[in-house]
Ligand binder design. Sequence first.
Ligand SMILES: [Zn+2]
Length: 295
Amino acid sequence: MPPASRDLVGRALSPFPQWPGDARLALSFVVNVEEGAEMSLASGDERNEAVYEVNREVVGAPDLCMESHFAYGARVGIWRVMDAFDAHGFKATFSSCGRCIAATPSLAAEPARRGHEISAHGWRWESHAGMEEARERAVIAATVAAIEKACGQRPVGWHTKSSASVNTRRLLMEEGGFLYDSDCYDDDVPRMHQAAPRPHVILPYAFDTNDMRFGPGGGFVQARDFSEYCIRAIERLLKEGASAPKMLSIGLHLRFIGRPARIGGLEAILEHVAKRSGIWVARRRDIAAHWATLV
Ligand SMILES: [Zn+2]
């Protein structure tokens, strides 16, 4: 039997949203900021990160090649990504790892200055599955503190890399200050967390409309592979959204989409969206706040 916490019923329990301006689709761009939070022996971690432009783990010694690949996102990619959003005045959610922001506060301060949301993406770039509870509590608190210090505002959103633990959502409640989390892949609309003592919204995220598929084995090669795939999802949900409004997340990574041959994929999506009516491009905190007042 699956655990009782699983809900495989779906839309029967979800109200259909009324987005601002009667939009048919709420569109959330999530920019993952992970550079410096990847596993690294040189940073005192138990192993090196194994996933970047290639899948290869250097064992027993610092991996300078992997470090340098991640650094590209922070040094170069972030500027291309921010400029692409600025060209249309669209605001995104920068989902940021605490260790990354503690070491390089400008990676949160500059997007915040441009009007983007800074949300929390763990301390290190790691799964929380099986993490000991006291450690996970400390990880959440440290991530919140690093972001608050860098941009003067607590994050209200959380997303765990890969799998959350069975305790994550409860620990977010205990930490306080959170309005939503994105540890959810099972719907095209948000929902309220029923067991929460105060309003907490669960926003769906996606691994398919995501530039991580430029990575090894992911299937995206050319910039248009990404833009065509995402535009297909946008158009499908716009159609369905005429009767039942929808939400879509598009995931981005500075070190992937920020490469010169790939940034055009994001630009093509933004240009398409700018010409289309019925789309509410919003930060996740705005979608969550809107949803929390609806239901
Ligand atoms: Zn991520």
